[in-house]
Design a protein around this ligand. Structure first.
Ligand code: G6P
Length: 610
């Protein structure tokens, strides 16, 4: 979704802002803009462009900005008003003395807009953001911090703001509720950004601004207050990502790079979370006694994380014997789920900022439930709003289609299930030992699967013209089928459906003919033969089958057009392995179609609005 970067220092702001915006491109956007305070004539200069950031760069090349060392900039993902020049940020007041960039949604913007219009304010955009520029201008009496504070008092909804004003070019003001915002601390320069990668090559020292806080940045100082004016002592964290982790490092796309990072991510998880054959879940926030008393679990998540959560249900129920309900967070929050005394809410999220997941957790905690989050983003809102966190530490994921974050989430759910299994005495020492031993093989098995990527690329060459795909799986690989279909539609725009193979006869079989591509996930397991029956039924109707099967399964090649093999492993662990061929199928098909793999149309990496 929308991205923000702001700069205050002694260098020219515009090139720094453009560089930062490019690093936020992965979040998804449709237009961009910069606004700077010009030291030359004490004015705010704004440049905006619809489409890619290179259009904004071209505009700035033809209409250069100089002598401006304070500025804000934005990538916009349209919510209120179409993607267009006039709707892109920054938004200013009538006299162009104040400029604002905003992430989030202002819910009462209509009423504020009408109030301002009655006072004669002429609006130029359809956005919810524009009211803020006008409000700040109305309240500005020489003190930008106070004016922003007053304006914030009038708006409802979610926001992260960056605000500058021509009367005080040595000041940048920021504020947040709901939408994430960080402050980067440099030497003689400071930054604001919606996400760490935007400033990673400038500084690793960051302050995670909390909900209800605002900040005033000058070149050499950062002051933070709560909205009521109470000062806050800033806590500076050091980011551990490397700049390389936010660059492609020779891969043509971030997605392919991130697919290849999965062995490393799982190896790190094993190293830090398994000690002497026991699972160590530091940060979990609940005592062993509290974990022992859990009677049921709701997993809440969105998108790919929701599919990881579905895998988690199979794992926790099987390994720990605790009933689990998995809900799309957007459903959970409106359906009044029945929470009991010992209900645990387990949220799963890469970004930790997904609006629905956050709301679901808030709601459940307000009703007395304990909440643990499985999260990748350190210090994110979900982490702060949960009782405990299990960090996946997958590193920054830049490709919009989630890959390494997904397998890391499943890995962590697996470890969580083992821990509960141990505490709930559902798992003998011997069983635990066996499972952990298998789990430890995952990173090397990943490497074996990745060696087959050329084979998958060849299959994709034969398949990319199919107009519709069906992905089938059973049991623990039913969620894998959903995720395989999601990956393909996200990045190739080919309609794809994921289905529980047992349900095929109840509808999807009507789709099968020689023009249908079907991916059947059929590793060795107790449902293998059932999958083979499904494959036969598809074949009888001339569907074109690609099977994902276990090494050594020669028979399956008699029924399928193509087979991708994964190494033999405990069936419960197969979702971790089949994820890679599914990701590669989607990736190579999208590449063949010439799609923008890392930034698919209409999608956002982190959905911070409802
Ligand atoms: C968006 C992203 C998906 C992601 C989902 C949930 O839709 O494009 O890749 O799975 O949000 O995001 P989260 O950060 O909560 O895992």
């Amino acid at each position: 979704m929308c991205g923000i970067i702001g700069y205050i220092g002694s260098k020219e702001a515009t090139p720094i802002l453009l560089e930062g915006l490019k690093k936020l491109e992965y979040r998804g956007y449709d237009s961009s803009g910069v606004g700077v305070c010009s030291a030359k004539d004490g004015k705010i200069i704004v440049r905006k462009a619809q489409g890619k950031i290179r259009h904004l760069e071209d505009l700035i090349k033809s209409h250069p900005i100089t002598h401006a060392t304070t500025g804000i900039s934005h990538t916009r993902w349209a919510t209120h008003g179409a993607p267009s020049h006039r709707n892109s940020h920054p938004h200013c007041d009538v006299k162009q003395t104040i400029a604002v960039v905003h992430n989030g949604i202002i819910e009462n913007y209509q009423e504020l807009r009408q109030e301002l219009q009655k006072k004669g304010v002429k609006f130029v955009s359809e956005t919810d953001t524009e009211v803020v520029g006008h409000l700040v201008a109305e309240y500005f009496k020489g003190d930008l911090v106070k004016a922003v504070q007053k304006a914030i008092g009038r708006v409802r909804g979610a926001f992260a703001f960056g605000v500058i004003c021509s009367a005080d070019p040595n000041l940048l003001v920021a504020a947040r509720v709901g939408s994430p915002l960080i402050i980067g601390i440099g030497k003689g320069e400071n930054f604001i950004a919606s996400d760490v990668p935007a400033i990673l090559d400038k500084t690793k020292r960051v302050i995670y601004l909390k909900d209800g806080e605002m900040a005033a940045l000058t070149r050499d100082d950062v002051k933070i207050w709560k909205f009521d004016g109470k000062p806050v002592t800033p806590k500076i964290d050091t980011v551990t990502f490397t700049v390389g982790s936010a660059q492609k490092e020779g891969y043509p796309h971030f997605m392919l790079k991130e697919i290849h990072e999965q062995p490393h991510v799982l190896a790190q998880m094993i190293k830090s979370r398994i000690k002497n054959d026991h699972v160590v879940l530091d940060g979990i926030g609940l005592s062993d006694n509290q974990l022992k008393s859990i009677k049921n679990i709701y997993i809440v998540a969105c998108g790919t994380a929701y599919h990881a959560g579905m895998v988690g249900k199979y794992l926790i129920e099987k390994i720990a014997g605790i009933p689990v309900v998995v809900d799309a967070a957007s459903e959970f929050r409106y359906r009044e789920p029945i929470l009991q005394k010992n209900t645990l809410i387990l949220s799963v999220s890469q970004s930790g900022e997904t609006a629905d997941t956050l709301a679901a957790v808030r709601d459940a905690r307000a009703r007395g439930a304990k909440a643990i989050t499985i999260c990748n983003a350190v210090g994110s809102s979900l982490v702060r709003e949960s009782d405990g966190v299990l960090y996946t530490h997958a590193g920054p994921e830049i490709g919009v289609a989630s890959t390494k974050a997904y397998t890391a989430q499943i890995g962590m759910l697996y470890l969580f299930a083992l821990k509960l299994g141990e505490l709930h005495k559902k798992l003998s020492d011997q069983e635990r030992h066996k499972i952990i031993k298998e789990f430890k093989h995952i990173p090397s098995l990943y490497k074996t699967i990745l060696q087959q990527k050329e084979h998958v690329a060849q299959i994709a060459k034969k398949k990319f013209r199919f107009g519709c795909f069906l992905f089938l799986g059973r049991n623990v690989n039913y969620p894998s089928a959903l995720e395989g279909a999601l990956k393909l539609k996200e990045i190739s725009y080919i309609p794809a459906e994921g289905y529980a193979a047992g349900e095929m006869k109840h509808g999807p079989i009507a789709l099968i003919d020689e023009y249908r591509a079907v991916v059947c996930i059929a590793p060795q397991s107790e449902v293998y033969e059932k999958m083979i029956s499904n494959i036969q039924e598809i074949r009888a109707r001339k569907g074109k089958i690609t099977a994902i099967a276990t090494e050594g399964d020669k028979d399956i090649s008699k029924h399928a057009d193509y087979v991708i093999y994964i190494p033999k492993i405990d069936p419960l662990l197969t979702p971790l392995l089949v994820a890679i061929p599914l990701q590669l199928i989607a990736y190579y098909i999208a590449v063949n179609l010439g799609c923008d793999v890392d930034q698919p149309r209409n999608l956002a990496k982190s959905v911070t609005v409802e």
